[in-house]
Design a protein around this ligand. Structure first.
Ligand code: SAH
Length: 470
């Protein structure tokens, strides 16, 4: 797995779990395990039930936790959850070692963070939850593991995230808070985040709308937490949250900088997916010095830059260039979202779920050949009194599917957010694309966030844009 080497050094999942051992240990795992001709044991990661069983077995074998993960709820991926906890350990290390008290905002049906934190570190945890169903399930999971003495659950029926906890009668103080906010802003956004034309993600889709959706998406959720933190400065020593999108991290850092609040951030790397952790404090310690920045572990790369040539009969400015590029992204079946318009610059967040750009010429040639062959066939069939029109349509459909590596092309409306689902699915390319005006030139810049195609894939996309810049 590409990013595993950047996992937290103490993360036990830096070494992938031994599936053979799990199959011997757990009959449920044996049921879902498949052995290939070389004897390698694997499971179907696309199947939510298999993911559920894997997670359940790992929780038992690695943490001695017996967790019930309901069918309709999010399956918490453990390498990421552990990365977050390990970062918190590092943050707290020089502040407090014993009697640590933490708050998990939106703990979910598995109460995964409180269970791990209590079992692993004996931290006292309060988990909050607004969904009645998840709240009950979380309670059952805590009782099942006899961790009631370390974990308390609080139902949140208020419109605040933390403020309701701090009334005079219940003067809670915490060493830290943590949060895995819902990522999506609407049900529509959640559905649109995956075009039906796309192949399914490597990991199966799990989670209920309540877990995945919050009005305004994660940015609004995190901003609300930041606002409330300013009013509850002394109640929590270190405020933290997970951030699912790099551009939201950048926005939140801007907010913290504007308020001159001390902050630090990190990357949670696992599998082929990156998430971010953001921490801030109103206390008197330099939290950015508490933990060596893990960002530095990864080699920083400069964005790839291409000078977009001026075209005859075409206005040479950022807007026109962006319109052209958006059309190309649609042709490539890539998802995009405008994340920033500042002065002369426009910034897009871009995601490709499949490689649709390489071997374009080969694919075009094949498409033409198939079209020609089908047209020939239609002529022949017409003689046989077959409906020719339908065949032409079929021919076009067949060739389009070749362009997009098997998935048919569907234009993606601007409103179609690319936002990932919370099960940390993979993409081939996730990049930030900027079109900027520099003196008299219009430049295209692309910076890789993550993705299996890596920088090579980014080069290929820029090459595609170069080839089609006419
Ligand atoms: N922490 C879990 C679940 C994350 S999903 C994990 O990492 O797997 C987000 C959770 O936040 C959902 O269970 C949702 O019901 C809950 N939630 C959303 N808004 C909330 C609020 N205002 N207060 C408490 N919980 C909330």
């Amino acid at each position: 797995m590409a990013l595993n080497k950047y996992m937290h050094p103490r993360n036990i999942y830096k070494t992938p779990p031994d599936f053979c051992k799990l199959a011997k240990q757990f009959p449920d795992f044996l049921r879902i395990a498949k052995t290939d001709v070389t004897g390698k044991v694997s499971i179907d990661f696309k199947d939510p039930q298999s993911l559920r069983i894997l997670t359940k077995c790992l929780l038992m074998s690695d943490f001695n936790l017996d967790v019930d993960i309901p069918d309709d709820k999010l399956v918490p991926t453990l390498p990421l959850r552990l990365n977050y906890i390990l970062w918190l350990e590092d943050l707290l290390n020089s502040i407090k070692k014993d009697d640590v008290k933490g708050l998990d905002i939106g703990t979910g049906a598995c109460a995964i963070y409180p269970l791990l934190a209590a079992k692993k570190n004996e931290w006292h945890m309060v988990g909050t939850e607004s969904d009645a169903d998840s709240f009950l399930k979380a309670q059952e999971n805590i009782q099942k593991n006899k961790l009631e003495s370390l974990i308390e659950l609080k139902k949140n029926t208020s419109s605040t995230l933390i403020t309701y906890l701090f009334t005079d009668e219940t003067p809670y103080t915490f060493d830290f808070c943590m949060c895995n906010p819902p990522f999506y802003s609407s049900l529509q956004e959640l559905y649109e985040s995956r075009s039906p034309a796309r192949p399914p993600p490597k990991n199966g889709f799990t989670g209920s709308p309540h877990e995945l959706i919050t009005e305004g998406g994660e940015l609004k959720f995190c901003r609300k937490l930041l606002k409330e933190s300013k009013e509850q400065k002394d109640k929590i020593r270190i405020f933290t949250t997970m951030v699912g999108h790099k551009y939201n991290l950048a926005e939140l850092i801007q907010d913290l900088k504007a308020d001159k609040i001390i902050y630090t951030h990190t990357e949670f790397c696992q599998g082929r997916v990156t998430r971010w952790g953001l921490a801030w404090t109103f206390q008197d310690y330099n939290i950015h010095e508490l933990v060596p920045s893990r960002d530095k572990l990864r080699k920083k790369t400069l964005p790839l830059t291409y000078l977009l040539p001026e075209l005859p009969n075409c206005v040479y400015n950022v807007e026109t260039a962006v319109t052209k590029i958006k059309n190309m992204l649609i042709d490539l079946n890539m998802m995009y979202k405008v994340i920033e318009k500042r002065g002369n610059n426009i910034c897009l967040d871009v995601i490709a779920k499949t490689n649709t750009w390489s071997n374009q010429r080969r694919k075009k040639r094949m498409m033409k050949r198939i079209e020609a062959e089908n047209v020939k066939k239609i002529k022949h069939d017409t003689a046989d009194k077959v409906d020719a029109e339908q065949h032409v349509n079929d021919a076009v459909d067949a060739s389009s599917s070749l362009i997009s590596n098997g998935s048919s092309i569907s234009p993606i409306p601007e409103t179609n957010d690319h936002t990932q689902n919370i099960t940390e699915t993979e993409h081939v390319i996730h990049a930030i694309l900027k079109v900027i005006k520099k003196e008299n030139d219009v430049l295209l810049q692309m910076e890789l966030v993550d993705g299996t195609a890596g920088k090579e894939g980014l080069h290929q996309i820029i090459q595609y844009i170069k080839n089609n810049w006419k």
